[in-house]
Design a binder for this molecule. Structure first.
Ligand SMILES: *Cc1c(COP(=O)(O)O)cnc(C)c1O
Length: 377
């Protein structure tokens, strides 16, 4: 058996869709296919403005540029996240304030946010880990009280919901990723979402090198020029065509992932009852997109042992984030040697992810379950 940790899923039409763009002679960013995908996403996810970007990282950077951070401004985000969340804050002049996660859901710990929020806080950036939403009502209420913004890092949250609302559409701004490790992919890509018209207009300018080219293309101005600080974050139509195909299978992809997730839960519940591991929790207010299937082992030694033994059995299991606050950059450059986030450390040391992608066959899932059982019993 050789079961890789991840395999990018591509639809059967993808070559024809790419060929169509190549034949059109228009390959650059923000073209007709991008517009089609953006309008589709606005309808699918009930959001007024969707702007495709070159990555989830760039969607987060655009969001941070929109905040207009000044020196000393703080942005609260979990330490248990991908580096892009924190890079975006720092690159745009802010200071990341790392908070704890809830040990049950692995999303932002609201009480710790409450402790760390102040008049210097300009935004809260919740991360919807594994496609499970953060406590958005509580976080939005805190942000409202302290007059700061909520930027959702919904890189892992596409097509998942919190109390019926799609992740990425609840805060002031939301960021999606279509990197090939995510649920819906185009190689590298992302999107910025907002219901706020001024923010959307300015994001268009930032994405187009700081020019008002988008206004020009809509016939709103008769030439286009440099009007703001920007960069080049428009997605090529070639990649947008790949993403367009994925949207045709939006629910089918999710249903297959859900089926695998349920099979893992059913197969591993026995081990949870024996207290050999803990299974992921999806709170009742959340409709997951089943982005990640993880288990939590009692400690790092047992996690590492399971990881090694699974590799020997041909199963591509893997750990996840090294907490950002304990990374070399945070320790040496940001000076965070004294920051203690014990829940984050424990989760990081004990978490193990199992393979989860639409092409994973039922018998492969059963094989993974059997191996985990054999190793832990
Ligand atoms: C994947 C991911 C990103 C970055 O997305 P890219 O498209 O790879 O740039 C940011 N935040 C989180 C939580 C992610 O999982």
């Amino acid at each position: 058996m050789n079961i890789p940790f991840n395999k990018p899923y591509l639809s059967g039409n993808v070559l024809a869709s790419i060929q169509h763009v190549l034949d059109s002679g228009k390959l650059s960013g923000d073209g007709a296919v991008c517009k089609t995908v953006e309008r589709r996403m606005e309808l699918l996810f009930h959001i007024r403005y969707t702007l495709l970007t070159t990555s989830g990282t760039h969607a987060l950077e655009t969001a941070m540029m929109l905040l207009g951070l000044q020196s000393g401004d703080e942005v609260i985000t979990p330490s248990f996240t991908f580096v892009s969340t924190a890079n975006a804050i720092i690159r745009c002049g802010g200071k990341p304030v790392f908070c704890e996660i809830n040990g049950r859901t692995l999303t932002m710990d609201v009480q710790d946010v409450e402790r760390k929020i102040s008049s210097r806080t300009k935004a809260i950036v919740p991360v919807h880990y594994a496609g499970v939403s953060a406590d958005m009502d509580e976080l939005c209420a805190l942000a409202h009280t302290h007059q700061c913004m909520v930027v959702e890092d919904a890189a892992q949250g596409v097509n998942a919901r919190y109390k019926g609302k799609f992740l990425g559409t609840i805060g002031d701004l939301g960021a999606y990723s279509f990197h090939d490790t995510k649920n819906y992919i185009c190689g590298e890509g992302g999107a910025l979402l907002t219901n706020d018209e001024p923010l959307a207009r300015r994001a268009e300018i930032i994405r187009e090198k700081g020019t008002n080219r988008s206004n020009f293309l809509r016939g709103e101005v008769d030439k286009y020029t440099w009007v703001d600080l920007g960069s080049s974050y428009v997605l090529s139509d070639i990649l947008a065509a790949v993403l367009n195909d994925q949207l045709n299978e939006l629910d089918a992809i999710q249903q297959r992932r859900e089926k695998i997730h349920r099979a893992y839960i059913a197969g591993l519940t026995e081990l949870e009852q024996l207290e050999k591991l803990r299974l992921p929790v999806i709170p009742e207010y959340c409709a997951s997109n089943y982005h990640i299937f993880y288990v939590l082992l009692p400690d790092a030694a047992q996690r590492n042992r399971l990881l090694t033994k699974l590799k020997e059995a041909g199963v591509g299991a893997t750990f996840h984030y090294i907490p950002l606050h304990s990374s070399p950059y945070a320790q040496n450059v940001l000076g965070l040697k004294d920051l203690k986030l014990p829940v984050t450390d424990t989760v990081s040391n004990s978490l193990l992810r199992l393979p989860l992608y639409p092409q994973l066959a039922d018998d492969q899932v059963q094989y993974v379950i059997e191996q985990v059982k054999k190793i832990l019993r």
